[in-house]
Design a protein around this ligand. Sequence first.
Ligand code: 7TS
Length: 407
Amino acid sequence: MGSFDIERIRQDFPILHQQVNGKPLVYLDNAATTQKPVAVLDAVNRYYREINSNVHRGAHRLSDLATREFEAARDTVQRFINAPHSHEIIWTRGTTESINLVAQAFGRNSFRPGDEILISAMEHHSNIVPWQILAQQTGAQLKVIPVHADAELDMEAFSRLLSERTRLVSVVHVSNALGTVNPVREIVRQAHEVGARVLLDGAQATPHWNVDVQTLDCDFYAFSGHKVFGPTGIGVLYGRTELLEQMAPYQAGGEMIEKVSFSGTTYNTLPYKFEAGTPHIAGAIGLAAAIDYLAQFDREQLLAHEQRLLEATLERAGADPQIQLIGRARDRASVFSFLLEGAHPNDVGTLLDQQGIAVRTGHHCAMPIMDQFNIPGTVRASFAFYNTLDEVERLFAGLEKCKTFLL
Ligand code: 7TS
């Protein structure tokens, strides 16, 4: 695509063209989930209308077609994140399941008392609780990298916390609550120096730019289809072959076995060892359609547009003494987390909704970092490339209206 044609792009997303509470919808909750282009809706619809069948089992035409598309989708994801091998792409339900898979299949059998797991203070609950459970199960200790008041990771503390006891570092690539983009390459480099493995939570990175797991050199990478313009209920875990090979199965059942008898069972090869049961076939095909949809764009151009929206937002917010910005990292994604002084975030959210403006309010499943900032939660507006400067204006006009009711 030569020039960036926002109106044309918006035509690809039917859901955006509706009235909510009598006003044109302004959808600014993209960090929670993104909207789906027609290409994704059509791919899912076509799958169910034309080839729906179970994969890897039937010796019939439709099953063969479904299997091919399902496996082609895996190849599409492999190229999307530049994984060396297609068998390193494990289908999951989303980021949450991908992290739980690593905790249980990688950590549970190999971590011992005295081992350490390092996460950061800005993690989503899905990158906290699985490690707390694993720590209880194995006796390993969970340690937390602190976050500075400006919402950047304390990299000096990180270096100090790293030791030969560190088995795994699991950190968020981009924070959903603060927008902070973490220096993940440096984190991986330092972690590898002490022999630790690294899992990156890419739920909020993949919607904004092309991730390259080989450049990042991470050991595991997790993301969700629904945040990258694909369907809900499908997600991805990338893992290095050598680690996935060593890992025990995550769940047991059909597809993950090679041979079952009552005297013992042998497991299937990668990636199927980790994919027990009938998978979300339509979801995988829909996610591949989303990735193909994105491929027509120069993603740097889309990111530049999002950053313009963020800059315009921060400029407006900076000029308003009643707006308290939460998260001031220098490198940040298009997330605007804030408080309207004197107003509860939920009330702001409700009043914005009445004006057709969808934002998220609350702790954003990141209660520890909210505690650190001593706040119960924030109002969060998060942008995707289909948002417009006009919508930024609508948000601030909406906030002016909130003030007349709440302050
Ligand atoms: N990690 C991060 C950084 C996230 O932002 C989310 C979801 C998850 C993990 C979990 O992803 P899931 O697809 O498995 O649910 N974040 C949000 C949010 O910010 N608002 O709603 C969901």
